[in-house]
Ligand binder design. Sequence first.
Ligand SMILES: [Zn+2]
Length: 240
Amino acid sequence: MNVLAIGAHGDDIEVQCGGTLAKYAARGDKVFMCVVTDGRGRPKGDPDQIAEVRRQESLASARVIGAELVWMGIPDGGLKVTDETLAQFVEVIRETKPNVIITHPQEDYHPDHRYTNQLVLDAAQLARVRNFPSDLPPYRETLPIAFMDGVLGLSFLPEEWVDISDYYEKKAEMLSQHVSQMMPDTYDPNFVIPSRDQNPFLRMIEVQSGFRGMQCGARYGEAFIWWRSLNRVVPYRVLP
Ligand SMILES: [Zn+2]
């Protein structure tokens, strides 16, 4: 199976579905981690340098599970639904030929997340269209789209769970590559990440993964809902 996870920022994918991706990868599926924006917004520093740091962090994270990074490089905070961004999303889908896409839920706190959601839904349909202007052929496989959890599970009522207990360490290892996101304010190349119980970022994710795990009788879990629409539903379980 080809699995395509699309997150607005480097680390979004890891936070909400890193364990699920690790589980897919461990059973031999091909995993693509697509990061839409270049992350230049945070931490404070030269935006071009920050964008490169963020790209390297995402690359290191993808390497933890042997996934392939797809870096779209759209400026952080500047994402909109336009003909151009839509065409970029269509290219990614036609290029990676996914059997499932995982992305942000429709109600999420960050505009980049909500636009990513919209672009994924629109592009998945346009990727099928034979005359959509592109050098790549149309991609017309049935393509389920799962929405991953929101930060701390707000406004999200799950309908499927993945037991990631055996993959939580991988998830934590992926997240630990995003060192810049744990810096309090300004970019510091010598920053050392605090241990897990002193680290608000890792602690938040452990609590949420533990909470979703508890709901499904597992130590750690991740939760999802499905986009129910034509060309998006299948009569079998897609999540690992
Ligand atoms: Zn984000």
